[in-house]
Design a protein. Structure first.
Length: 95
């Protein structure tokens, strides 16, 4: 199996198979972003807690958190939190 490299610097996707998924379903992606932000506003302070509150998979939540950090809506705090017997990065909402 071979793959053709398809450099797309404006999207960050390098393979042709990734580009359609990046552009598809933008409405659902926005709904998920709002769900993640609302969970954080409601008190969720780590990725696992956001996953449990929203019902979204961790990979999806991680991606939405990355977008929210880039937009300045949230950030990681210096300290960590203990949640379900593990230390986790604390997420804070930037008012």
């Amino acid at each position: 199996m071979t793959f053709d490299l398809f450099n797309q610097p404006e999207t960050g996707y390098a393979w042709k198979t990734s580009l359609p998924a990046y552009h598809d379903n933008t409405t659902e992606k926005e709904v998920q972003r709002v769900q993640v932000l609302n969970a954080i506003k409601a008190g969720a302070n780590n990725i696992l807690q956001v996953c449990e509150m929203t019902g979204l998979p961790d990979k999806c939540v991680t991606g939405k958190i990355h977008l929210l950090i880039k937009s300045g809506d949230i950030s990681y705090a210096e300290q960590t939190v203990n949640y379900k017997n593990r230390e986790r990065k604390k997420i804070i909402y930037n008012n």
